[in-house]
Design a protein around this ligand. Sequence first.
Ligand code: ATP
Ligand code: MG
Length: 476
Amino acid sequence: MLDKKHYPEALEGAVFSILSTAADELDLPAYVIGGYVRDYFLKRGQKKDIDVLAVGSGISLARKVEELLPHSTKVSVFKNFGTAMIKTDELELEFVGARKESYNRDSRKPIVEDGSLEDDQNRRDFTINAMAFSLNKSSFGALLDPFNGMQDLQDKIIRTPLDPDITYSDDPLRMLRAIRFASQLNFRIEQKSFQSIQRNAHRLKIISNERIVTEVHKIMMCDQPSFGFQLLEKSGLLKQFMPELTALKGIEEIEGQTHKDNFYHTLEVVDNISKNTNDLWLRWAALLHDIGKAPTKRFSKKVGWTFHGHEFKGSKMVYHLFKRLKMPLNDKMKFVQKMVRMSSRPIAVIDETATDSAVRRLVHDAGDHIEDLMTLCEADITTKNPRRFKKYHNNFQKVRDKIVEVEERDHIRNFQPPVSGEEIMKAFDLQPCREIGMIKTAIKNSILDGIIPNEHTAAYQFMIEKGKSLGLTPVI
Ligand code: ATP
Ligand code: MG
């Protein structure tokens, strides 16, 4: 190993010397491999998760490390996978034994056998992820880089260790990972590799939706998600798992009238919003805000292209898309639905010259998500005309100012009815009945329309009048 370059400085700290001692005590060749090595050379900051490879039993190595570590650090063993994990305050160590894998075409599950370091490096996804640092004392810090990942790091290129058709076909998830790493690291995918992804894109169907979504989330959290989504589209992968989005692609022309390409518009919106938020779900809302446009697109001679009701249609599609991709159907999904459904509301408010009542209704309906909704609408401004760009932003600023003003005065956010159902029942001596709901709605509408202020006295008075108009008689 004397001809190898050594980087002992990459393995500074007590944990690495314990790993080294443990490996030598068991007489096991052991390595730090994968992301840690890559990120060390990329100077991406100290990585928290460290993958440790033993040529032999990863689990035994983990148990030995547990013995040598101070106090109560515990190892978790996953016997079925032949892996083990140790979590300390700062680090997560994942132990595996070197493997050799062979694949069957119809399954992601390989036939696994024990293997050498080289076998294990061969089954890694990319050259830059196959580099390893030796942990054993005699060669501590030696870099084992059989595919010249170092050069690829310098050239900023994603390349597979083996023929890409083999690497991608063996585990099609790697196609998504290629795009994910290219996006995160700002690398390009080697042309031969990208062409192979295009050829193998259909194989993504054997990958579980959960795994797909994990990668999509990571692409979504990049500084410029459009970079990854354009690659997803070009490779043919996006169509495999999100055909709703690729359906937005293209510009149609009838009688000289065109509409914008809603796919590229969407990607611009996602990039815009990513400058202003790290909230994954708000970014999802930006990605999906126009998905209702494909199924609602119509052309008429009178008005040209329309997408009537696309927000409502889109919010329904959000549910189906989340469900299909096995994403959570919880408050996150409901938030995305709400953003999509309300995505045109702030613009409508501008059209109504932002009357107080329109703003109150907007705040009432958006509740605590009003800020997020405004952030989405501002990101939605993709006009290339600087005059219009400025005008639209100014308009939204006016809406924001108005929201603050109306909120200070009327406290509509998280609206609580100033008169309760019980009070209504008491005032007219009622049992639960339809009229109570009608009165409550009338009170709410009067407040939102600015007919009465959001106060108990005024609302109570209004309630009495409204009850009378419904033929009820007040008893107090
Ligand atoms: P991240 O910073 O995203 O965690 P990472 O490189 O650590 O990056 P992981 O998904 O944690 O990525 O995987 C750890 C290592 O395992 C990778 O560097 C790679 O060598 C290998 N690996 C992970 N998934 C695959 C796969 N599907 N096919 C081949 N090798 C893989
Ligand atoms: Mg990792």
